[in-house]
Design a protein around this ligand. Structure first.
Ligand SMILES: [Fe+2]
Length: 256
């Protein structure tokens, strides 16, 4: 059994196409998306259409929540709130009637966490599926064993999350590993349980500008896949889109 899990595409169609091509070459049994497919990048509508077509499970993130009827941008900083409005317009006003209908149906039925074929999936964290961040630095500086224990009580062996754009693995014995320091491949102990942040496809923030996603094989072999893509193309489109701040293009160069 081989599964691919990705998150936080954020309207970056160039990165998404590169990742989907890599997933195709990996011959996986399941494809899972953990949300924030829209916002920040220039191609939110195309990304959502493609993700819905290619994935077995698609969660929503805080950017989809903000576009949905119950959502708002009150807690978004100005640059993100403006990007949400750009994405909202693209999703609801551009494309064929069928595409717009599919996007609206998706936005009406958003799920932010889900059990699927024995594994748990969430956008943010089990403590707060939409907003909470799982970050390596958080676990270095504010290590709170009670909090971590609580997170691990919410799932069996695997919980996959996104949202922070920083890939890492946290184990039930309170260790945290991140691929920047320890390489991209991990053998997972059959008796352990694991909280895995899959990083971001469209806006990595761990200092590596390549798109990031994970492959899990036989519930033991975990690989963070880093995929180069045409960053300049994604940046050019952001700079040409009204309402998107130039910093959203600039940050893709360094991946932070
Ligand atoms: Fe998010």
């Amino acid at each position: 059994m081989k599964i691919a899990v990705f998150s936080d595409v954020h309207g970056n169609l160039d990165a998404l196409k590169a990742v989907l091509a890599d997933i195709e070459s990996q011959k996986v049994d399941e494809v899972i998306c953990l949300g924030d497919t829209v916002g920040y990048g220039a191609n939110s509508a195309e990304c959502l259409d493609l993700v819905l077509e290619k994935s077995d499970l698609v969660l929503g993130g805080n950017h989809e929540w903000a576009i949905s009827e119950e959502g708002n941008t009150d807690d978004f900083h100005d640059m993100a709130a403006k990007a949400v409005r750009v994405a909202q317009k693209q999703l609801l006003e551009f494309g064929t009637p069928e595409q717009i209908k599919n996007r609206k149906a998706f936005l009406r039925n958003l799920k932010y966490s889900c059990d699927f074929n024995g594994r748990h999936y969430v956008h943010g964290s089990p403590a707060n599926p939409i907003w909470d961040y799982i970050l390596p630095s958080y676990f270095e500086s504010e290590w709170d064993e009670k909090h971590i224990e609580g997170l691990f009580k919410t799932f069996d062996r695997f919980c996959f999350c996104g949202h922070s754009h920083c890939p890492c693995i946290i184990t039930n014995d309170f260790a945290c590993a991140w691929p920047n320091q320890q390489g991209d491949e991990f053998e997972l102990h059959p008796d352990g349980s694991f909280l895995i942040n899959v990083g971001s496809v469209g806006q990595p923030r761990d200092g590596d500008p390549r798109a990031c996603y994970v492959i899990l094989e036989n519930d033991t072999d975990l690989a963070f896949r880093r995929i180069p893509y045409d960053i300049e193309s994604a940046q050019k489109k952001i700079l040409e889109t009204d309402g998107l701040h130039p910093f959203l293009a600039a940050r893709l160069t360094e991946g932070n």
